[in-house]
Write a protein that binds this ligand. Structure first.
Ligand code: UDP
Ligand code: LCN
Length: 798
């Protein structure tokens, strides 16, 4: 078989081998792409002529492991897929190896190789009947691809197709009430005849006549509510149905299915952190996911009301956000069982407690890394409570983050409904070698449970929503968050030969928006409240006394550089402080304003937050930042935090998002729409949100020089001509206005839920086999480990 990589190596064989002879003499034996390229730079210093071909080939290598004279490497010449090779320097040859051989080599490398027979997972056979996206440009547009593919196979046998479609339409009921078609229509041919009759009847009517006035006539013909709220709508949908029956096409299919009333009640699952509406953002494990869901549900309710009205159904939709009830919830409302979501008609937060095992854990906030043993019982009690609150089962279950997705897997199994998976941030790609060195990280992070939960939830989900492309399949330089689940090993536990394929049609990119009532451009003065502006300006620039503030701005007129995040290690706020402290040219011109965590470690019970608070103080001291930095450990409400961005923008300030890795990055959107010039990490979502040098800048938080150059270059331009700030600020506002919109998101989300639901019903995509496999995996790997963790908690809680 043709192998472009091997061919390129052969064409440049001497240079390639020569480089590796150089590399194996180095001390580093486990390398990622950046390391290899660094070594290439060192290696090529001896050459006057650059070896461009060699550089290109090396650029495809994602990871390498050196064993004496052998080098194993993963190569990624196309996005979303890797191949594996071994290079033998003694024998002077390179050959392809299987994923399994490569994983075994890595196990041996870390000294945890147990046996070739280690449990090996392979999900590929379960997807044999579903298509894979071929063109990389279609990755993340799964629904369109699936529709086209399945339609073309289904439409070949038109009689079978009619039967499937007919059975599906007949299914719909609400509270025992038949929708769309009734028993008078008994087969697809009769349906066609009656559509003709109804269309004739409707053609002569005024389009605006409400359904109620023609209801009886339509019922006599066999049509029930759900086809439209007016004569015109019903006419349109019956014509679509007629087309679908007789000359089907995938575009009509999407349109018709999207119009059918299938979703009335939605359960949104988000167990960890403090899920509340006020006074929670910035608390440990409580950030963007809460913001995302609270904005999402508001738009989703509007979309549901609109689609049900359009379909002529008088049902009030209900959305429930399911989270954990925390008995000792501090100043939050997280100890209340039920809470209405503001500015909605029928959206609720339902809190279900974890079953009490030991009060130290189950009565208090618990880190998202510790939550695993409690989720199964949580799902079981939540199923009962959800059913009671909805008065029926939900039609759609949406999981959020690894824990929520595992519960969504359980609930969709219990209720037999469509499961949607939203990761927000997969921990796996945040930490280097998090799977390979899982044992070293287990005590703090319990990744053996989290990655197992992820594999189960991702594979069981009917569809997945991601906020960006890179989340699925990465970039030319780095592998995607989901892609990282394709081949990996957790030595001693299991290896995964084929876990998740980014080219699967389950993946859909649907980026979130920002709440435009809270985050809007600084120049929209009439929407801003002067009292809030005054209060916050005095707190930040007037150094107003506050027990939760630290540091004073001696020269408040310097350029304000703002950052805001949970004080989590990965957010790298301390990295930013260190960089700022150690870059005198920057400190001369700018002040740093940090909203993060708490200023007193005694107020925190999160291990990582406490560590970071202490580190902040060390850095402030080491670099003597007392007069140059203002640190606010305050939980601002949304209106206030929205205003902070604008106050900084009024002063032509900057926003920095320095995370070592960021799943998506809502603060980046918020800062951009407020009009700040944003400098954000190139690792994760911000790389895609910001168009470099047009709507902000990419920085490299692990490479101080790169970051310093980006800032220096900007400041030089700004000093020459301050218009650069306005240009970038306008670019940022425009980008968010054009690209990130909750209305588009929710219309599409509903359409996706219906279409995946339709295909699930009408095709046999090996679900039963997959479910049995997942169940086995859950009971043999996840559960025993969860039980072990519970025992650890019980010992610790005594
Ligand atoms: N946030 C806040 N106060 C804080 C820290 C964060 O209000 O002290 C908000 C911030 O405005 C944003 C969200 O929390 O809406 C953080 O979302 P992002 O996606 O940036 O990061 P996450 O915390 O989800 O990793
Ligand atoms: C969690 C994260 O870590 C962020 O990167 C996302 O923006 C947020 O969730 C919302 O999806």
């Amino acid at each position: 078989m043709k192998d472009d990589f091997i061919n390129s190596v052969h064409e440049n064989k001497n240079a390639f081998f020569d480089f590796f002879v150089f590399l194996v003499q180095k001390d580093k034996n486990l390398l990622v792409k950046g390391d290899i390229l660094d070594f290439y730079r060192e290696y090529s210093e001896n050459f006057t002529q650059k070896r461009e071909n060699l550089l290109k080939i090396l650029g495809y290598i994602q990871e390498a492991a050196v064993f004496d004279q052998q080098v194993f490497f993963d190569v990624r010449t196309i996005l979303g897929a890797s191949k594996f090779y071994v290079l033998n320097l003694d024998g002077h040859y390179i050959e392809t190896i299987s994923a399994k051989e490569s994983l075994i080599a890595k196990e041996k490398f870390v000294g945890f190789y147990t046996s070739e027979d280690l449990v090996t997972l392979n999900f590929k056979p379960f997807y044999e009947k579903s298509p894979l996206v071929r063109d990389r440009r279609n990755i993340g547009h799964g629904v369109e691809y699936l529709n086209r593919y399945l339609s073309s196979t289904m439409f070949n046998d038109i009689e079978k197709w009619k039967g499937v479609l007919f059975e599906f339409i007949k299914l719909h009921k609400y509270d025992g009430r038949q929708l769309v078609l009734n028993d008078r229509i008994s087969d697809p041919d009769q349906l066609s005849e009656l559509i003709d009759k109804a269309v004739d009847y409707l053609f002569d009517l005024d389009e605006e006549i409400p359904y109620q006035e023609i209801k009886h006539k339509l019922q006599e013909m066999g049509f029930e509510p759900g086809l439209g709220g007016t004569a015109g709508e019903i006419y349109k949908n019956l014509n679509l149905l007629d087309n679908l029956l007789n000359s089907p096409d995938h575009i009509v299919l999407k349109e018709f299915i999207s119009n059918i009333p299938m979703i009335f009640n939605v359960a949104i699952i988000s167990p960890h952190g403090f899920f509340g509406q006020e006074g929670v953002l910035g608390l440990p494990d409580t950030g963007g996911q809460v913001v995302y869901i609270l904005d999402q549900v508001k738009a989703l309710e509007r979309a549901l009301v609109k689609t049900l009205e359009k379909a002529g159904i008088e049902v009030r939709p209900k959305i429930i956000i399911l989270t954990r009830l925390i008995p000792n919830a501090g100043n939050t409302t997280c100890n209340q069982r039920i809470e209405k979501v503001h500015e909605t008609e029928n959206v609720w937060i339902l809190r279900v407690p974890f079953k009490e095992h030991n009060k130290k854990y189950t009565d208090n906030w618990m880190s998202r890394f510790e939550i695993w043993p409690y989720l199964e019982e949580f799902a079981e009690s939540a199923a009962i409570e959800l059913k009671a609150e909805f008065g029926r089962k939900p039609d759609l279950v949406i999981g959020n983050y690894s824990d929520g997705n595992l519960v969504a897997y359980k609930l969709s199994e219990i209720f037999g409904v469509t499961q949607c998976c939203i990761a927000h941030a997969l921990e796996k790609s945040k930490y280097l070698y998090s799977a390979l060195y899982w044992k070293d990280m287990e005590q703090n992070y319990h990744f053996s449970l989290q990655f197992t939960a992820d594999l189960i939830a991702i594979n069981s989900a009917d569809f997945l929503i991601t906020s960006s492309f890179q989340e699925i399949a990465g970039t030319e330089d780095s592998i995607g968050q989901y892609e990282s689940y394709r081949h990996f090993t957790m030595p001693g536990l299991y290896r995964v030969e084929n876990g998740v394929n980014p080219r699967h049609t389950k993946f859909n990119i649907l980026s979130p928006g920002v709440n435009r009532d809270i985050y809007f451009p600084y120049y929209e003065k009439d929407k801003r409240i002067s009292g809030t502006i005054k209060k916050l300006s005095s707190l930040i620039f007037g150094n107003a006394k506050n027990q939760n503030a630290f540091g004073q701005l001696e020269k408040p007129d310097k350029i304000p550089v703002f950052t805001m995040a949970r004080l989590d290690k990965i957010k790298n706020i301390t990295g930013l402080v260190e960089w700022f402290g150690s870059t005198p040219s920057f400190r001369q011109k700018c002040n740093l304003i940090v909203v993060a965590g708490k200023v007193n470690p005694a107020f925190s019970n999160d291990r990582e937050e406490i560590e970071q608070i202490r580190h902040m103080y060390q850095l402030i001291d080491e670099y003597d930042l007392y007069g140059n930095l203002r640190w606010l450990g305050i939980l601002f409400n949304k209106k206030e935090s929205g205003e902070i961005y604008r106050i900084i923008a009024d002063r032509q300030g900057l926003f920095v998002q320095p995370a070592l890795f960021e799943g998506f990055g809502l603060t980046v959107l918020e800062a951009m729409i407020s009009g700040l010039v944003v400098f954000a990490t190139r690792y994760g979502g911000p790389l895609e949100i910001i168009q470099n040098n047009k709507s902000g800048f990419h920085i490299d938080p692990v490479n101080k020089n790169v970051t310093t150059n980006v800032f220096t270059h900007y400041l030089e331009r700004y000093e020459k001509n301050a218009d650069i700030w306005k240009k970038m600020s306008d670019g940022a506002i425009k980008r968010v206005q054009e690209r990130y919109n909750w209305e588009l998101y929710t219309d599409e989300l509903l359409s996706l839920a219906k279409i995946y639901g339709f295909w699930k019903f009408s095709t046999d995509m090996e679900r039963a086999d997959m479910e049995a496999y997942l169940d086995l995996f859950y009971h043999t790997v996840f559960k025993p480990r969860a039980r072990e963790l519970l025992e650890q908690h019980n010992r610790d809680g005594q």
